[in-house]
Design a protein around this ligand. Structure first.
Ligand SMILES: [Zn+2]
Length: 236
């Protein structure tokens, strides 16, 4: 095996010797975190997790490491937003469950010997996102031998590449990049720009999204993510 070979795998598919081989070269575990959340009639309810998993797989192929199965338990979904009428097609969990699940995953992956545990949340509702970041910081105090980081994809990208959005141009471009078969932009019709109230869209018009744009966003994420992972590995 050449030095340049990047070792990576989907955690649940690996045998113990394969996990140990990957870990000895790249001691990184990735936790893709999504939500079951209404994303309008043009995108699937699992968009956040599909996006996070796709980005983690691409990052692991560049930086090495093991990608865990996607977590689809979220809080702060659109179902819980007051004054909005999107009450169906989301599953809202408690903040307690979210914190406990994140802490158990972080600490057990550290116990499994991973030096860096990177959680990527594709769902950026609040306080969902901040709670995961807080848990990462608390785990770092409890377990000084490993580094824990929780980020959303746009946290490490320039605003010109991607900003926080909900089922808008950015998320739809990534969904088209990973699973274009699940997108139905024709559901939005051809009239006025989609809105948060009517279509659960927050941000630029998703009808402008393309798979090519999604691929560019993913590539920028992989570059920034690999730099972050390398920096964290050096700091352990
Ligand atoms: Zn989303």
């Amino acid at each position: 095996m050449s030095k340049e070979t990047v070792l990576w795998g989907r955690y649940e598919e690996l045998r113990p010797d394969q996990i140990e081989a990957i870990k000895s070269e790249h001691s990184v575990a990735y936790i893709p975190w999504g939500a079951i959340e209404y994303h309008g009639n043009h995108n699937p309810i699992g968009l956040d997790g599909i996006k996070a998993y796709g980005l983690c797989l691409e990052l692991a192929q560049a930086a090495g490491g093991c990608v865990l199965p996607t977590v689809y338990h979220a809080t702060s979904t659109i179902k819980a937003v007051k004054d909005l009428e999107h009450r169906r097609h989301s599953i809202e969990h408690s903040e307690e469950l979210l914190k406990l699940l994140a802490e158990e995953l972080f600490l057990q992956l550290a116990d499994e010997g991973f030096k860096v545990v990177l959680l990527l949340t594709g769902h950026a509702g609040q306080p969902h996102m901040d709670l995961l970041k807080e848990v990462a910081k608390e785990c770092e105090k409890k377990c000084t031998g490993s580094k824990f980081l929780a980020i959303a994809e746009f946290d490490i990208l320039d605003d010109s590449v991607l900003v926080a959005n909900h089922s808008a141009r950015g998320e739809t471009a990534l969904q088209l990049h990973y699973r274009s078969d699940l997108v139905a932009l024709e559901q939005l019709g051809e009239g006025d720009a989609p809105t948060l109230e009517k279509d659960a869209v927050w941000g630029e018009d998703p009808r402008l999204a393309t798979a090519e744009e999604g691929a560019l966003i993913a590539a920028a994420f992989v570059r920034a993510g690999k730099a972050k992972v390398d920096e964290l590995l050096k700091s352990v």
